[in-house]
Design a protein around this ligand. Structure first.
Ligand code: UAG
Ligand code: ATP
Ligand code: API
Ligand code: MG
Length: 475
């Protein structure tokens, strides 16, 4: 693509030069790249403009205050947003139907269930989120929930070239605040719930919620749809934002109108849902346990219906979905006969949701093994301990991903909310202790790391997998 085509009248004498790519990091700039110079959380990208030009940058997207010599200065007061728009023009086309999901918990599950429902309806589909890029063929990790904008758009374009027509993606609050998922058309957006997380970055709950609300206020297409899980204290604000913009609204849940959850009955390996929709009543045998997965399943069905799916067919397909990796995944049975589950709960609300999901399947005690991640919201640690104390019977506080922090300090923060808990720093030992202690009527929940394949200690990632560890220990 010519620079003159990309930025129309602003390219000056460089209009005929060919744009070869986009880069956020000056070290990734090659000749012909457009460099985005952003003020980050750690450093100011504007300091790297001379080095980016040296490496061959043709144009630099930056604030007016930044100095650009030797390349076209594309001035913007919101450089990340402008960069995303231009990058989308360069990388497109994208899958014709894309939908985004935000919320504190449930994004990965909803994105993945949406992909499965589309696939069951015959659409070549993909999802992008915490699990990586998932298609029918498999999964490739990107390292972040919402990857950087260049990775995001180039992956979306790659999916389109492979024939994918439908793609769902997770819009994390960091991703939304940093315009990491902009530029491409978004047909529908969904809200799952809001509770405490990431206050290290956003500082207040208001700022955190505002970051998420950008999805509805700015990102979803003007003729798009919004799907709202209605049984959350913040749902009404999402509904109001959708109405303000005249977006189509689909409400789901006990308080929903489009897909009303009229009844929910746990069964041995799943649950039976009664859903009222468009004047009819549907019975769905969902093969996933846990009230929370019913919420995610209904939001997914809402997204599929919002993007043209038939209601009866979509609800019918819910009986055929498969569990999402590391989300209430039943991984082994202990020698004593206690089922062992792995779940990604890493917030107070998620711990409560995971414990509540397993309670109907527990005749004896519920054992929970968990810790908290380092370099993340420290204020959630004590409430995580308190929630576990309230919702489980036997608590083992261990290490999650300590990152740069002292693991003992993190455990002490969690233990403040769970004074009666056993403290076992080594995660394998903690898992082993819980599995050995559990009786035949008990259930073991290993929370916090779900699908993760490593434990981040300092700047090293040591191989670690809750599922594999539980199976080895239980064998
Ligand atoms: C706090 C945060 O979100 N940081 C992310 C953000 O960095 P930033 O823009 O603040 O970057 P910075 O490091 O200060 O640098 C500023 C700019 O200078 C550039 N730079 C920097 C150094 C250099 O030598 N040359 C150079 O050009 C950088 O590319 C950047 O554009 O943008 C980077 C690229 O897009 C991300 O890799 C980085 O993620 C860090 C590693 C991270 O840990 N992020 C986590 C907290 C995160 O984003 N998590 C969310 C939510 C998880 C969930 O709840 O699901 C996620 O979506 O994964
Ligand atoms: N709808 C929900 N309501 C409450 N808790 C939920 C819900 N969905 C999932 N959870 C809990 O949150 C955990 C994470 O779920 P999931 O990975 O789907 O969320 P996420 O929003 O993608 O998380 P992350 O922000 O880490 O990417 C689950 O393992 C479960 O404990
Ligand atoms: N996307 C979340 C995942 C947290 C998972 C947990 N295992 C941890 O490391 O805190 C985050 O980056 O905050
Ligand atoms: Mg996720």
């Amino acid at each position: 693509m010519r620079l003159g085509t990309l930025i129309e009248n602003d390219a000056g004498s460089l209009a005929e030069k060919t744009v070869t790519g986009f880069a956020l990091d000056h070290r990734k700039v090659a000749a012909g790249c457009v460099f985005g110079a952003f003020q980050g959380a750690r450093v100011n990208g504007e300091d790297f403009i001379p080095a980016a030009v040296e490496n061959g940058a043709l144009a630099v997207v930056a604030r007016a205050e930044a100095e650009v010599d030797g390349a076209v200065h594309i001035v913007s007061e919101e450089p990340r947003r402008q960069f995303a728009r231009l990058a989308a023009k360069f990388y497109g086309p994208f899958p014709s139907t894309t939908v985004a999901i935000t919320g504190t918990n449930g994004k990965t599950s909803t994105a993945e269930l949406t992909r499965q429902l589309w696939q069951l309806a015959g659409h070549p589909s993909a999802s992008i989120g915490t699990l990586g890029v998932t298609t029918r063929q498999g999964q490739v990790s990107t390292g972040l929930t919402t990857p950087d904008i260049v990775t995001f758009l180039s992956n979306m374009a790659g999916l389109e070239r492979e024939g994918v027509t439908h793609a769902s993606f997770e819009a994390s609050s960091h991703g939304l605040a940093q315009y990491r998922t902009e530029g491409l058309p978004v047909s529908a957006a969904a809200f799952t719930n809001l509770s405490r997380d990431h206050l290290d970055y956003h500082k207040t709950m208001e700022a955190y919620f505002d970051a998420k609300m950008r999805l509805f206020r700015e990102v979803v297409d003007p003729d798009g749809s919004v799907v709202v899980w209605m049984d959350d204290p913040h749902s009404a604000e999402v509904v109001a934002a959708a109405r303000d913009r005249g977006l189509k609204l689909l409400t789901v849940g006990r308080g929903g109108d489009t897909l009303k959850l009229a009844a929910q009955e746990p069964t041995h390996l799943g649950q039976t849902l009664t859903i009222e929709a468009f004047g009819e009543s549907f019975t769905v045998k969902l093969p996933l346990i846990g009230a929370y997965q019913a919420a995610n399943a209904l939001v997914s069905a809402g997204l599929v219906i919002a993007t043209g799916g038939d209601t009866a067919e979509t609800l019918g397909h819910l009986a055929r979905v498969v569990p999402v990796r590391g989300r209430l995944e039943r991984v082994a049975l202990s020698k004593a006969g206690a089922p062992i589950y792995v779940d990604y709960a890493h917030t107070p609300d998620a711990i409560e949701a995971a414990c509540e999901a397993l309670r109907p399947h527990t005749n004896g005690d519920l054992h929970i093994v968990f810790g908290a991640g380092g370099d993340r919201d420290t204020g959630k640690r004590k409430p995580m301990g308190e929630t576990a104390t309230r919702c489980a019977d036997k608590i083992y506080v261990t290490d999650d991903n300590p990152r740069s922090e002292d693991p003992a300090r993190i455990r002490a923060d969690v233990l403040e909310g769970a004074p009666g808990a056993l403290e076992i720093g080594d995660r394998r030992e903690a898992i082993s202790a819980a599995i050995s202690a559990a009786g035949p009527e008990d259930v073991v929940l290993i929370a916090g790391k779900g699908h993760e394949q490593g434990q981040i200690v300092g700047d090293r990632t040591l191989p670690f997998d809750d599922v594999g560890t539980a199976r080895e220990v239980a064998a």
